[in-house]
Design a protein around this ligand. Structure first.
Ligand SMILES: CSC[C@H]1O[C@H](OP(=O)(O)O)[C@H](O)[C@@H]1O
Length: 380
């Protein structure tokens, strides 16, 4: 099978530009983002001066991926506070920008709570703004640390489940440095395996309709020097049938209390294929993605996105004619079904890998115990 072997470059972060950074130029603080809608063709920075600009960046997926959304949301609250905007209005707009990834609201509310607590304590809005920024910076640091621990735990699990090394991993969407304060979630595990010579190949689902796999994961894989192969989402089944997949590694946007996993649309079919072909289906996500307040999969709000993302493709070098600003690939007026995520039931999940530990089998009790342990660590 033809391999797309990445050019043998040294292992480096997917871009020379940080995915997200806070800056304080003379004209006032800004949040600078790597615009992920422009990758892989261009590394373009997006400068956010207030919450509404950041809300649009979240909605357009210029900044995306559950853990990074939490970090960006927290910085967004700090930005509103630092620039004297209404913090509660900004927090509500940011938390509601995308409904499925619980991390977004978690990050926003943490920074908002820090702001409110300091304002109540000191009555000083400047100190309150600094408290919100400190909360955002802590979330950023904590996620980087969580990413490293998930990579370590995930690699250990792969080695346990697949003795002999030479793992052939299939992944979906994008879960690397572009969704994280560190090296990501599921992709970080593949990267760890690559670095110790135990990744034989990364199979990369293109991930229609927004092609996070083709545009972003292939980009990160190429920069890492690992062997990877891009495939259409519909080709995954034949890979399983050919015995070419040793494990599936995916991220998550929200994990309900019963262990149901919301992730990029196309994840559930992979879980069914994995079960049928007796292949481990592993979810890698920080504890901030587990939502004890969402009881089960049916309670997860799945973001429905605009149909033109399905009926059109965008190619910057080609004049666009479609109502969505893209090139129509379906008759004009075609209605499209475009859920951004789907939900995998816990019984199809082999393990959930977090920075606090591995939950397997996935039960509500095991998840609750892991979350309680995490809170003890956080509070401690
Ligand atoms: C590990 S978070 C990455 C997660 O986010 C992606 O969704 P989106 O690109 O719409 O933000 C996808 O669900 C990934 O698994």
């Amino acid at each position: 099978m033809a391999d797309q072997h990445a050019q043998s470059g040294e292992d480096k972060r997917p871009t020379e530009i940080p995915v997200i950074r806070w800056e304080e130029p003379p004209e006032g603080p800004v949040l600078v983002l790597l615009d992920q809608t422009r990758l892989p063709a261009e590394e373009v920075e997006l400068v956010c001066t207030d919450a509404p600009v950041l809300v649009e960046a979240i909605r357009s997926l210029a900044v995306r991926g559950a853990p990074l959304l939490g970090i960006a949301g927290a910085y967004g609250v700090a930005l509103a506070a630092a620039r004297g905007f209404d913090v509660d209005d900004a927090a509500d707009a940011l938390a509601g920008a995308r409904p499925t990834a619980v991390n977004l609201a978690v990050g926003v509310r943490r920074a908002q709570a820090a702001y409110r607590a300091e304002l109540a304590r000191s009555g000083d809005m400047g100190k309150a703004a600094e408290a919100a920024l400190a909360a955002a910076r802590k979330l950023h640091r904590d996620d980087a640390e969580a990413s490293a621990r998930m990579a370590e735990r995930g690699l250990a699990l792969l080695d346990e489940l697949l003795p002999g090394g030479g793992h052939r991993i299939l992944t979906h969407c994008n879960t690397g440095s572009l969704v994280s304060g560190g090296e990501g979630t599921a992709f970080a595990v593949a990267l760890a395996a690559h670095r110790v010579g135990r990744l034989r190949r990364l199979w990369v689902d293109e991930t229609r309709p927004l092609l996070q796999g083709a545009r972003l994961t292939a980009y990160e894989a190429a920069r890492s020097g690992m062997a990877y192969t891009l495939l259409t989402d519909s080709a995954a089944g034949s890979l399983f049938a050919a015995g070419e997949v040793d494990a599936v590694l995916i991220g998550a946007d929200r994990i309900a209390a019963d262990g149901s996993v919301a992730n990029k649309v196309g994840s559930y079919p992979l879980a069914v294929l994995a079960r049928y072909h007796h292949v481990p289906f592993i979810v890698v996500a920080p504890v901030t993605t587990v939502d004890p307040d969402t009881p089960d999969g049916a309670s997860i709000e799945v973001e429905q996105r605009a149909g033109f993302e399905v009926t059109e493709v965008t190619a910057p070098q080609v004049p666009v004619t479609g109502p969505g600003g893209g090139i129509p690939v379906a008759p004009l007026g075609t209605q499209a079904y475009n859920p951004a995520f789907d939900v995998t039931p816990p019984e199809l999940v082999t393990a959930i890998v977090t920075e606090e530990g591995v939950v397997s089998p996935v039960t509500a009790e095991a998840l609750a115990e892991m979350c309680a342990r995490s809170r003890e660590v956080t509070i401690g």
